[in-house]
Write a protein that binds this ligand. Structure first.
Ligand code: AHG
Ligand code: MN
Ligand code: MN
Ligand code: MN
Length: 337
């Protein structure tokens, strides 16, 4: 109403995570909260650079190629450096894995903590120069009790992550996070420099009306994917066809899918034997968030979070989103086998 005063009781990300940690009682040491504070800082820092990129010559190529054979953009490299510096300095990490670094970083003893962070520092590189939404994706493991932090602490199924999230740099910066107790969305209040809880307890609608695939790859798609896409584009029994939305930044496509429902897919095909998206720092965190929001995340043939990784940059096929939509794809795979 017009008499309503602005709230003086804002819920910041730190406050909300601390409240969740308090509920866990004695187990919580505050270390995860501290680590998340470092991650929030990196997101704010990257967000300001994204906003200024066009003005300070931060668009375009950096000149190098990453281990995936992709040409690195200046913002890929800058975002990676921001995250490595901040995560190391937090004193809470033991192992870091980044899309932009061939090898995992094992943190030296004087900074070593008990968490491992796998991250895609800048997701949606191809969209940077056009000013389209991009993001950062991260997943967090805790080192196993008798480990000092080795590569095997991150070569674990996504179901063992203790937290996962992403920040989307769009019309506002939105951080979406799960510590295993549902999914919450926060919006950066740039004046305060705080992420404020704006989307508590996100739940994906059980069925949506949107599909999100790069159909430019159709000539390479396998049968189940082609048949599934035909079923939603040419529905029988009087139903309406689905709408297409594909941004080409996983963060933005998944963000829309979490909020509106529907399905996002990046399948394996005749050209890309394991698809394109990277298991550790793209598929796992997004699958974790999807399941925590009540959705389903599959390769078509199995649950993504159950995959046992064998190398840090491996890829995997991805279908995720509304429960009923993703289960429909799974049916086409079952019929195929
Ligand atoms: P990145 O920019 O981190 O390398 O990730 C790009 C990924 C992902 O964001 C997106 O879903 C996908 O690539 C888009 O691929 P296509 O251009 O092949 O559709
Ligand atoms: Mn890349
Ligand atoms: Mn990416
Ligand atoms: Mn990236």
């Amino acid at each position: 109403s017009k008499d309503e005063l602005p709230s003086t009781d804002i819920i910041t990300l730190t406050r909300h995570v601390l409240a969740q940690q308090f509920q866990l009682g004695a187990q919580a040491t505050g270390d995860l909260t501290m680590l998340l504070t470092a991650i929030q800082t990196t997101s704010k820092f990257i967000a300001t650079n994204v906003r200024k990129a066009r003005l300070i010559n931060l668009v375009g190529l950096a000149g190098d190629t990453n281990v995936q054979g992709e040409e690195q953009k200046k913002l890929d490299v800058l975002s990676n450096d921001i995250m490595v510096n901040s995560l190391r300095a937090s004193g809470k990490t033991a192992v870091l894995v980044s899309e932009e670094l061939e090898d995992a970083i094992i943190i030296e003893d004087r900074y070593k903590g008990k968490y491992c962070v796998v991250f895609d520092p800048l997701d949606g590189s191809s969209n940077i120069d056009a000013g389209v939404n991009i993001g950062t994706i991260f997943g967090i493991y805790q080192i196993t009790p008798d480990s000092t932090g080795t590569i095997s602490d991150v070569l674990r199924p996504g179901s063992e992550m203790v937290a996962a999230g992403y920040t989307m740099y769009g019309s506002s910066a939105n951080l979406v996070l799960s510590t295993g107790h549902g999914v919450d969305g926060y919006t950066l209040d740039a004046a305060l420099g705080e992420f404020i809880l704006t989307h508590p307890d996100i739940k994906i609608p059980p069925r949506g009306k949107i599909y999100s695939f790069n159909e430019g790859n159709s000539m390479y798609f396998h049968k189940p994917v082609i048949n599934y896409l035909n079923s939603i584009k040419y529905p029988t029994n009087g139903k309406s066809p689905y709408s297409a939305r594909y941004i080409g930044s996983m963060v933005a496509d998944v963000h829309r899918t979490l909020l509106y429902g529907g399905i996002f897919g990046y399948p394996d095909d005749k050209k890309s034997k394991s698809g394109k998206l990277r298991l550790l720092y793209e598929a796992f965190p997004m699958a974790f968030l999807t399941e925590q929001a009540g959705g389903v995340a599959t390769t078509g043939r199995g649950r993504i979070l159950d995959i046992q990784p064998t190398s840090i940059h491996e890829r995997c096929p991805v279908f995720l989103g509304s429960r009923d939509d993703v289960n429909d794809v799974i049916k086409f795979y079952e019929e195929d086998s």
